[in-house]
Design a protein around this ligand. Structure first.
Ligand SMILES: C[S@@+](CC[C@H](N)C(=O)[O-])C[C@H]1O[C@@H](n2cnc3c(N)ncnc32)[C@H](O)[C@@H]1O
Length: 250
């Protein structure tokens, strides 16, 4: 096809998808996160800006360690796993998700393209010390997380209660994967109980963890980690002062 016609057909198709309410990020195929472009596609959650706070906190900890071992649960696009691997030379990151679509996107991220300001140009410094994350399929709610010891655990699990759907935009409800977002109203902390169990099993003594949480359930979520026997449990706030993260030590 004539390149001009091809471009205008692609533009027309993108426009139709936008008019049908599809998020812009799925139409263009990427979302900016922690200064890099991450590939996204229907079937994987679009990374959100508040999750960058989790990455920053994890990088501050990881940079104090020599060759830190990091476990990222519920990895989705791999935005947390890849950001830590790229920011912390020598970090070995294991990342887990249950969704085949998410794992395909996470594994398909291009570290050269992810380098800030690099566009599609590969930069050798971008990859210096980079160990590509290992992406594994596992159900966080079951006991089949890969064995091994980790210095740091990160997780942004599903945490929106079904009853909160009424406050959400149509383009999220109709286009982003429900399994990435929702938890039952009668057990909204189910993922945090599982993550606390994994933290106790996988973290080295004094190892550290951070999870993103539902702002309406800050103290309840912190209580899950304290009750499980984790230490120094604290709630962190986001840019708007909302309770959005819980941190802890083994
Ligand atoms: C809120 S999204 C977070 C994605 C990504 N970490 C981010 O911050 O953009 C939650 C992720 O958990 C995954 N997930 C849902 N249930 C799961 C389970 N039982 N075990 C493992 N992963 C699960 C979803 O596929 C989704 O990718």
């Amino acid at each position: 096809m004539d390149p001009g016609l091809e471009a205008s057909a692609a533009l027309e198709e993108g426009l139709q998808r936008l008019l049908a309410g599809e998020p812009l990020q799925y139409v263009v195929g990427w979302q900016e996160f922690y200064g890099r472009r991450f590939r996204v596609a229907p079937g994987v959650l679009i990374p959100r800006p508040e999750t960058e706070i989790l990455v920053r906190e994890a990088c501050v900890r990881a940079l104090q360690l020599d060759g830190p071992r990091v476990l990222d649960l519920c990895t989705g696009s791999g935005c947390i796993a890849w950001s830590i691997a790229l920011e912390v030379p020598g970090a070995s990151v294991t990342a887990v998700d249950l969704s085949d679509d998410a794992l395909a996107v996470a594994r398909g991220q291009n570290p050269a393209f992810l380098h800030p300001g690099s566009g599609s140009e590969a930069s050798s410094s971008a990859k210096e010390g980079l160990i590509a994350p290992r992406f594994l399929k596992a159900d966080v709610l079951k006991e089949d997380i890969p064995g091994g010891s980790f210095d740091i655990i990160t997780a942004n699990p599903p945490y929106i209660r079904e009853s909160e759907k009424v406050h959400m935009h149509r383009n999220v409800l109709e286009h982003e994967p429900a399994m990435a977002l929702f938890v039952p109203d009668d057990d909204p902390l189910v993922f945090y109980r599982a993550i606390a169990r994994h933290a106790l099993a996988c973290l080295v003594p004094a190892g550290w963890g951070i999870v993103e949480i539902n702002e309406a359930l800050g103290s309840e979520t912190a209580a899950v980690f304290a009750a499980a026997g984790l230490q120094n449990v604290e709630i962190l706030r986001d840019f708007f002062g909302r309770e959005r993260f819980v941190t802890f030590n083994r």
